[in-house]
Write a protein that binds this ligand. Structure first.
Ligand code: NDP
Length: 297
């Protein structure tokens, strides 16, 4: 087979999402006098976390969203962080709160994530939101799988009845991804490190979502001809570049659509964080009846 897959340009799709959000943010400011605000709690000096936070800050500012960074020292006590979360929960002008993971050892991540007001949980990690995702009810949805759905939708392919195979079962990617695909009526398989025959599972998929964190682990020849391949993985290569979990060049020859790394899922994850923040601000305006002139669309 020599026909090449269409490359899904995540960067471009994310730019469009952000442009739409910018218009939304301007309307909120104009009509309700509200500026959506995202608060980020960062603990310690993890270099990767600092890069992620910088990207989120820039994307927020580009969109007109206020970005509040709470950078805390590495040895911060859990109760201090819980106090900060409580203050942010109570702040009328803060609409979204995220805690940048990973956290240092002395902090129990679950306790901290569970302390966030579910209405401000723009990462969608709170068990309340996770539970509602499982039951198919409206909720804050985790940004990476939500971004993946946006990329799949850009292909125009209807997922109903399709075989979807997810490699990876983490709480932030694999599991919520499965729920979103189920909601779209795909037949979903979740693979993980104990899966006996990953190539066999992948080879029957109409849609592959790779989220295992292993460089080019999923080989081109495993891909069913015509499949959609979404590569969530971000791996640093020996040469200092970035590579996904899928052998891109090999899969390109068989897939119908494929995402590159970088420039695929990554930009969409950040765009979805902003989208959730704007949605949280809108929901708050609705709930508190702020400014009568605001159009309740
Ligand atoms: P985790 O490390 O939390 O989970 C990895 C999953 O992959 C686990 O379920 C693990 O199985 C499974 N796995 C590992 N090795 C294999 C294997 N050989 N065969 C099958 N399954 C395997 O990772 P995350 O979900 O947090 O992230 C996955 C990747 O996505 C990483 O590269 C990460 O950097 C990237 N990422 C990218 C984002 C983006 O915005 N683009 C956002 C979030 C993550 P088991 O459960 O059995 O251990």
């Amino acid at each position: 087979m020599h026909n090449k897959a269409n490359i899904i340009n995540g960067k471009e799709i994310a730019l469009k999402v952000k442009a739409d959000l910018k218009a939304d943010v301007e309307a909120l400011k104009r009509e309700a006098g509200v500026i959506p605000c995202l608060a980020v709690v960062l603990v310690g000096e993890n270099p990767a976390s600092r890069v992620y936070v910088r990207n989120k800050a820039k994307a927020s500012e580009d969109t007109g969203i206020k970005f509040l960074l709470h950078a805390m020292p590495l040895d911060t006590k859990e109760e201090t962080l819980l106090g900060l979360i409580s203050t942010l929960n109570d702040a009328n002008d803060v609409h979204g709160i995220i805690v940048q993971l990973p956290l240092p050892q002395q902090i129990d991540s679950d306790s901290l994530l569970e302390a966030i007001d579910p209405k401000k949980d723009v990462d969608g990690f709170h068990p309340y939101n996770m539970g509602r995702l499982v039951t198919g009810s409206p909720c804050m949805q985790p940004c990476t799988p939500l971004g993946v759905m946006g990329l799949i939708d850009s292909t125009g392919v209807d997922l109903s009845g399709k075989e979807a195979v997810i490699a990876g079962r983490s709480n932030i990617v694999g599991k919520p991804m499965a729920m979103m695909l189920l909601k779209r009526n795909a037949t979903v398989t979740i693979c993980h490190s104990r899966t006996l025959d990953l190539p066999a599972c992948i080879s029957r998929a109409d849609l592959v979502v790779a989220a295992i964190g292993r460089e080019r682990f999923i080989k081109g020849e495993w891909i069913r001809p015509g499949a959609i391949v979404i590569d969530v993985g971000i791996n640093r290569t020996a040469e200092g570049g970035l590579a996904g979990d899928v052998d891109f060049e090999g899969a390109l020859k068989r897939a119908s659509f494929i995402t590159p790394v970088p420039g695929g899922v990554g930009p969409m994850t950040v765009a979805m964080l902003l989208k959730n923040t704007v949605a949280a601000a809108k929901a708050r305006i609705k709930a508190t009846g702020q400014r009568a002139s605001f159009k309740r669309a």
